[in-house]
Write a protein that binds this ligand. Structure first.
Ligand code: FAD
Length: 303
């Protein structure tokens, strides 16, 4: 019966949509790597590509420059991440205006983490937007934008319980969010349970799984511990002993990500957001597995 698995249907690529997340580069070398990645992934025709925003607006200029290049030099639709950490409302409003003037029509609206880092106590700016929901409201007032927000299948570390977490998501939806993108996770049951909780709370926007291909298991394990994402024992086992064997690590990472995504496809998921870490290979391979093929990019020879 295996040939009847949904993820193996020849037309599966028509039913799956992807988006990619990049971070703004810090130097010329990183810029070149990002651009190689963008060039390689562009022919996959993602629904949009998003560019992150550093803590406390620390990357505002670099985020804007990256988005500007995407708008000018590619056929891609960019989404600008924005946070409200350490900024007064008028400053955040000015950034929204700056992006709008550039032609940005999609945003990913976040509260953000304190400048001291994940885990430090969050204190809203006295004249600022207090959380993601208030920022969504500001964006909605500023224009007719497509607004994505965050969602946490294992709940946000600051949420005392799932009810509080889902309540925040509901507030973001009530204020105008059109899509939620999840924190990365490795156990698909957690995602499915979270979506069920959200639906029970009357939240009907798409909740798009955020997929993180594991480029470096040690780094991912450290980051997961800080942001409250579970690293299952089986995942640690798969990467065990591969710290210095980068080639096998990459092959295993691609198999792990493909397994996760194909299982989600079987469960009826059609949209995926990839945390690319500005690297193309693993994401390209997984997209290939779900039937997404390169298309010729208008005005270029890429195919
Ligand atoms: P919110 O949705 O406002 O709140 C998160 C949770 O905290 C809520 O569920 C709520 O339960 C709890 N909470 C918030 N306020 C209160 C309160 N007053 N009392 C009790 N509980 C409260 N960070 C960046 O700096 N730049 C980025 O570009 C970026 N992109 C991201 C993209 C995605 C898809 C995701 C999932 C995260 C991203 N982050 C980014 C990380 C994010 O900024 C952090 O996780 C941050 O800690 C929370 O931001 P938020 O918008 O999710 O917060």
């Amino acid at each position: 019966m295996n040939q009847f698995r949904f993820s193996r249907r020849p037309d599966i690529g028509d039913k799956v949509r992807v988006s990619f997340e990049f971070f703004p580069p810090k130097n010329d070398e990183m810029e070149a790597r990002l651009w190689d990645t963008v060039t390689r992934l562009e022919p996959l025709q993602p629904k949009f590509v998003s560019v992150t925003y550093g803590a406390g607006g620390s990357t505002r200029e670099r985020t804007a420059r990256t988005i500007g290049r995407i708008l000018k030099e590619t056929s891609l639709t960019p989404a600008a991440h924005m946070t409200c950490v350490d900024a007064a409302r008028h400053q955040v409003d000015a950034v929204i205006q700056e992006f709008t003037d550039m032609g940005v029509k999609r945003f990913v609206a976040l509260r953000g983490d304190p400048a001291e880092g994940v885990g430090a106590a969050y204190r809203p700016h006295p004249d600022g937007y207090a959380n993601g929901a208030e920022l969504v409201g500001a964006l909605k007032d500023a224009g007719d934008f497509d607004i994505s927000v965050s969602a946490y299948p294992e709940k946000h570390p600051e949420s005392p319980d799932f009810a509080t977490d889902i309540d925040m998501l509901k507030r973001k939806v009530d204020n105008g969010a059109t899509r939620a993108i999840t924190q990365f996770f490795f156990d698909n049951d957690l995602y499915e349970r979270y979506v069920e909780r959200a639906r029970r709370a009357g939240i009907y926007i798409p909740i798009v799984p955020g997929i993180l291909p594991v480029h470096n298991f040690t780094q991912v394990a450290n980051f997961s511990a800080r942001c409250g994402a579970l690293v299952p024992a089986w995942l640690a086992e798969r990467f065990d002993g591969l710290q210095n064997d980068l080639q096998t690590h990459a092959l295993v990472a691609s198999a792990v990500a493909a397994e996760q995504v194909l299982d989600l496809v079987e469960r009826g998921v059609g949209d995926f957001h990839f945390y690319t870490m500005n690297r193309a290979d693993l994401v390209f391979a997984v997209c290939h597995m779900i039937g997404i093929r390169s298309h010729e990019v208008a005005g270029s020879a890429a195919a």
